[in-house]
Structure formats: structure tokens, C-alpha cells
Design a binder for this molecule. Sequence first.
Ligand SMILES: *[C@@H]1O[C@H](CO)[C@@H](O)[C@H](O)[C@H]1NC(C)=O
Ligand SMILES: *[C@@H]1O[C@H](CO)[C@@H](O)[C@H](O)[C@H]1NC(C)=O
Ligand SMILES: *[C@@H]1O[C@H](CO)[C@@H](O)[C@H](O)[C@H]1NC(C)=O
Ligand SMILES: *[C@@H]1O[C@H](CO)[C@@H](O)[C@H](O)[C@H]1NC(C)=O
Ligand SMILES: *[C@@H]1O[C@H](CO)[C@@H](O)[C@H](O)[C@H]1NC(C)=O
Length: 295
Amino acid sequence: MILRGITVLTLLLFLFEGVTSLRDVRLLVEPTTVVRGGTAALVCSRDMQGAPLYSVKWYRGNHEFYRYTPMEEPDTRVFGLPGIYVDMNRSNGTQVLLRRLELGLAGNFSCEVTADSPSFATQIATRFIDVIALPTSTPVLVADKDRYQPGELLRANCTSPPARPPTNLTVYVNEEPISALETSLLSSDSGLFTTRVKVEVPVTSRLFPSGRLRVACYASLYQLYNKSAKLDFLTPETDPRPERITLNGGASTCASNQLLLLFLLIIPIMLKQHRQEPVTHDDDSEHNRISLVGG
Ligand SMILES: *[C@@H]1O[C@H](CO)[C@@H](O)[C@H](O)[C@H]1NC(C)=O
Ligand SMILES: *[C@@H]1O[C@H](CO)[C@@H](O)[C@H](O)[C@H]1NC(C)=O
Ligand SMILES: *[C@@H]1O[C@H](CO)[C@@H](O)[C@H](O)[C@H]1NC(C)=O
Ligand SMILES: *[C@@H]1O[C@H](CO)[C@@H](O)[C@H](O)[C@H]1NC(C)=O
Ligand SMILES: *[C@@H]1O[C@H](CO)[C@@H](O)[C@H](O)[C@H]1NC(C)=O
């Protein structure tokens, strides 16, 4: 009775072993988000539990593009699939290196592992690979005026160059993020998107804490792209600023008696020169101080 029980158990264990001779098939992709034109390494790990390997097949969607069969000669085969470039020098039974990935190849990739006889157990693992396009330049920030008085409404647009997926745009007023009045998405040919946000800011004198109001627009795409555009507006009340007439001298702190004497002797000459030259104002007045800074 007990003996028969043990025999059945052994048989069950044997069958169980046979079924699970292959386990933990996993597909690791590095990176999972590829900038177009770039490279991705696909690693297919598995636990064969001592069983011999029959094949590893690689798919994009349902289409097989690469196969490794250690018992065949040659042991690797590539099935031409448009846009898939397998680097044969860097691909084997465990991993495949794909080069020059284009936007259209974003999708599910799989590796399917099959053990040899008697079980021919098969397991498949799938991962999504995203292919993205970064914007080729910085965002463009435009405001409707060059300067604003308190009480006015500042209207501005920020536009990100085409990208896929669309970039995230955030507008800041003096380091504070503000919500967009309107966000629009324009799809262009070749599958890229242009993002534009529109903002409106009621201008108050509080927005010029140090005499300057800064509007900034940050565009980002995951951790792979981060650029900004900035506009500075100067407070109207302090304009024009008549101080800072530059007359050198007077700043000297090392006025020894001798120097003072010398100075007194020179004064008449200086005064004479001074009368001839017109006093120069610091002509860097704030009129054209709007700057566009690409970060
Ligand atoms: C693969 O290696 C061969 C020989 O080392 C070399 O000629 C060939 O250019 C390589 N191919 C790629 C895609 O790197
Ligand atoms: C497969 O190729 C990768 C990269 O070239 C290498 O690191 C790895 O050891 C290779 N594996 C086998 C089983 O040959
Ligand atoms: C990838 O596979 C997931 C899960 O199986 C599925 O939901 C998704 O639609 C697939 N994506 C594509 C592009 O086929
Ligand atoms: C912002 O864009 C809208 C259309 O989307 C346009 O009507 C408006 O003139 C633009 N404003 C500025 C300051 O460029
Ligand atoms: C945009 O921002 C959201 C929220 O922070 C984030 O989940 C998403 O991944 C971002 N998209 C891109 C393309 O960076």
C-alpha cells in the first residue's frame, strides 16, 4: 500500500518534471525606449533545468525575424523583415542586437524557447519596445507684447518642434508653473506631433519682485530631452533709470595726504576736460532688454 503510494508519487514527480523542464523564460530589453535610429539589445533568459535546447525564435508581433537552432548548421537564421536589422556579430542563442530602429518598428517583441525531445516544452516572453523621435530644436516662446503694465493681460504661446510622442510643455511664471489655457496637438506627416500651449497671465506689480518678470517654457520627453525658452520683461515703473552716471574717481580709498595733494593740483585740469565732454548716461537703458534664452 505504502509502496504503491510512493511509486505513484515518483511517477507524478517524473511527469511534473517533464512538463516543467523549461521555466522562467524572460525577455529583457535595453533600452525599452529607443531614440529612432538607435540600437536595442534583447536578452532572452530561461531556466532549462538541464534539458537540451531545441530552438529560440524571435518575433516582432507575429513575424519571426531571427532563429537560433544549436543542432542545425548554420545555427542562426535571419528572416528578412522590413526595417529589422539584426547585428549578426552581436546576436546568438541568448541575445539579439537590433540596429537602426525606426518609428514604425515600435511594438511587441517576443522570444520563444523550445526544449528538445522528449518534452518539446515551449514558453514565450513578450516586451513592448517603443521607438521615439526627439525634437530637433528648442521650444519657441512668443508673447503678444514686448512689455506689460500692471492690469494688462500677458498672452503667450509656447510651441515644441515635432516629436513622437508629443513633448510635455510646462509654462512657468517666475519659477511657478501655471496651467495652460489651451493645449493643442498638431500631427504632421511622418507621424510626429507638434505641441502648443497657450497661456494668459494677468500682470500685477507683484510679478516683478526684482524688477523682472520671467516667463519660461520647458519641453520634455521622458528623461531623454529637456529644453527651455525664456522671456524676460522689465518692470515699467522703474523705467527709465537715470542713475548710474559713470564718473570715475572718488572711489579711491587709499587717499594718503600726498595723493590728496596731487588730486588737488589736478582738479582744475579735470574740470576743464569735464566741461568739454558731455556726461555719458549708461545708455544700456532697458528698452531692448527682452531676451530669448534657449536652454
Ligand atoms: C561583423 O564582423 C565582421 C568580421 O569581424 C565584419 O567584417 C563586419 O563588418 C561585422 N558586421 C557588423 C554589422 O558589425
Ligand atoms: C551572446 O552574445 C553576447 C554579446 O555579444 C555575449 O555577451 C554572450 O556571452 C553571448 N552568449 C553566448 C551564449 O554565446
Ligand atoms: C502588445 O501586447 C500587449 C499585451 O499582450 C497588448 O495589449 C498590446 O496591444 C500589444 N501592442 C501592440 C502594438 O501590438
Ligand atoms: C497664439 O496662438 C494663437 C493660435 O493658436 C494665435 O491666434 C495667437 O495670435 C498666438 N499668440 C501669440 C502671442 O503668438
Ligand atoms: C508627460 O508627463 C506625464 C506626467 O508627468 C508623464 O507621465 C509622461 O510620461 C510625460 N510624457 C513624456 C512624453 O515625457
